[in-house]
Ligand binder design. Structure first.
Ligand code: PNS
Length: 162
């Protein structure tokens, strides 16, 4: 049984994230999508909201589950008995950032990191950019699942009214 972990903050989950999770699910026996619940960046969505959107995103994928994690991802992987971390790479910038984390994680516990090249259709998609574009009224509907679009619009409207 080979289990992999797809970690992230998923604030919110995008079609690019879900593409990576689906592809990881085809490579490993089991995949755990690990949602960082106390990572330092300030978040638009609460941990519960991010977990709930991911639960909807993995519907139909029988070998995938979603869990929250806090602390080091290496500790989480050890507790989950995962042999690998799976990350998507959109660009050389992603690679530079992810390589350092992969090497640190390998140094800490020996866990491997597997990089999947982003589908070019999602190469420009990030949660941060989607939030920025949506906050100015730009159309991001092709980049997010339907069940994220509504909550994103509502959340941004709430923020703007504060
Ligand atoms: O969606 P993000 O922001 O790229 O997710 C980053 C995340 C949560 C995967 C990363 O920050 C992480 O693994 N955080 C847990 C704390 C940790 O282990 N830090 C050391 C990494 S070398």
């Amino acid at each position: 049984m080979r289990r992999a972990v797809c970690p992230g903050s998923f604030d919110p989950v995008t079609n690019g994230h879900l593409d990576i999770v689906r592809r990881a699910a085809s490579l490993f026996d089991e995949v755990v999508v690990a949602v960082g619940v106390n990572v330092s960046k300030s978040r638009l969505f609460t941990a519960d909201e991010r977990l709930s959107m991911l639960q909807q995103g993995i519907a139909g994928l029988g070998n995938v589950r979603v869990e929250g994690f806090s602390g080091l991802i290496t500790t989480y992987c050890r507790e989950a008995d995962a042999v690998a971390i799976v990350k998507g790479l959109r660009s050389g910038t992603d690679f530079d950032y992810e390589l350092q984390m992969a090497q640190m994680n390998a140094h800490l516990t020996g866990v491997e990191t597997v990089f999947l090249p982003a589908d070019p259709a999602y190469g420009f998609v990030s949660s941060s950019l989607v939030k920025e574009v949506a906050s100015y009224g730009g159309d991001v509907s092709a980049l997010l699942p339907d069940f994220v679009l509504g909550p994103l619009t509502e959340k941004l409207a709430q923020r703007a009214a504060e």
